[in-house]
Design a protein around this ligand. Structure first.
Ligand code: ADP
Ligand code: MG
Length: 319
């Protein structure tokens, strides 16, 4: 028999990632046509194409959790689609088809729903994705939108969380933190940047930043070979202006939806030059992959070294 959820504890006692680990043992490991199951930004599946994999991802937005009730519905729709597109970007892929399930209160007006779909469609269309179906239910309390998305990636370009190598440079796109002050509803998923990256450079490992740099660094390093550590320079972290210079915000806030990736350090100069010609978006080298027992180390401006704990967003944490 498969192992079951250990004890009948409350889920906040496990935390979001503790719970997902438990679910992983309930579901069992990937078999047959499943190349990568639980543990990356998308599941990776063998479809019919000999040179490509399918990517499959699913992410909800819930009223009161991912958006406030008064938020513009067009932005809620945009966010619901863009979160999923961001996970396709993190694999180096292109999005193809989406299904959308919505839960609406009975008194919701049709104009709200039309606007929601205008946002969903705008995000999908911008990146060549079609909405092909979904499901509809009523809810008594909070509304929700769940998008599931299928994409594809050339096998040679697929980028997993697990590919970082000791010696790699660690880079991040954009500026981090402060997303709650507006950007979390209107961000651009980095599909174009990720496609360009994987088409022009051998990217070793990649993740999209959904839960805050400190937590997503932890996930990237945990997916790497045992004995791998990341060393990050505090002074290099690109802090968004909305945080008013708060490094803590940049490490913890989440919903940046930027790309975090590792690449051979000998590629970095060429990458920076080509990138600057192609994109206005910032690209910053924040550290190195090292051999270490400490997962993530942060080097402060005075040169002292501290273990960086994953203090980003956890759906079940009570603090
Ligand atoms: P992301 O933030 O990129 O969407 P997460 O880090 O939240 O992904 O999820 C980590 C992994 O856990 C993913 O591979 C995801 O598919 C899987 N996962 C999350 N929730 C569930 C669930 N309820 N059942 C099965 N797998 C899940
Ligand atoms: Mg992700």
């Amino acid at each position: 028999m498969k192992p079951m959820l250990k004890k009948n504890v409350r889920v906040h006692g496990l935390g979001e990632f503790g719970l997902i680990d438990e679910l992983r043992s309930v579901i069992g490991s990937a078999r047959g046509s499943v190349v990568v199951g639980i543990g990356d930004d998308c599941a990776v599946l063998r479809g019919g194409h000999p040179d490509k994999y399918l990517l499959y991802t699913c992410d909800p937005v819930v009223e009161g959790v991912h958006y406030q009730g008064g938020a513009p519905p067009r932005q809620v729709g945009w966010k619901a689609m863009a979160r999923n597109l961001s996970d396709i970007a993190a694999m180096g892929g292109v999005p193809l088809w989406a299904v959308v399930s919505i839960g609406l209160r009975r008194d919701t007006r049709t104009r709200w729903v039309k606007e929601l779909y205008a946002g969903l469609r705008a995000a999908a269309r911008k990146f060549g994705c079609q909405i092909v179906g979904g499901d509809t239910t009523h809810v008594k309390h909070e509304q929700f939108v769940v998008v599931a998305l299928i994409g594809e990636v050339e096998r040679s370009r697929m980028t997993l969380r697990s590919g970082s190598k000791v010696g790699d440079s660690i880079l991040v796109t954009g500026k981090l933190g402060g997303s709650r002050r507006g950007k979390h509803l209107t961000f651009t998923p980095r599909i174009n940047e990720a496609r360009w990256l994987v088409s022009n450079f051998p990217v070793h490992a990649m993740i999209d930043l959904s839960d805050g740099l400190s937590s997503d660094l932890q996930r990237l390093v945990e997916a790497s070979r045992p004995g791998t550590g990341f060393e990050i320079h505090a002074a290099e972290i690109p802090v968004a202006r909305a945080t008013r210079g708060s490094l803590t915000s940049a490490l913890r806030d989440g919903e940046d939806f930027e790309l975090l990736f590792t690449i051979d350090p000998r590629q970095v100069t060429a990458l920076r030059q080509k990138w600057a010609r192609k994109f206005a978006l910032e690209l910053t080298e924040i550290g190195r992959v090292v051999r270490s027992r400490t997962k993530v180390t942060i080097i402060t401006t005075d040169g002292s070294r501290k273990r960086l704990l994953p203090t980003g967003y956890d759906h079940f944490a009570t603090t």
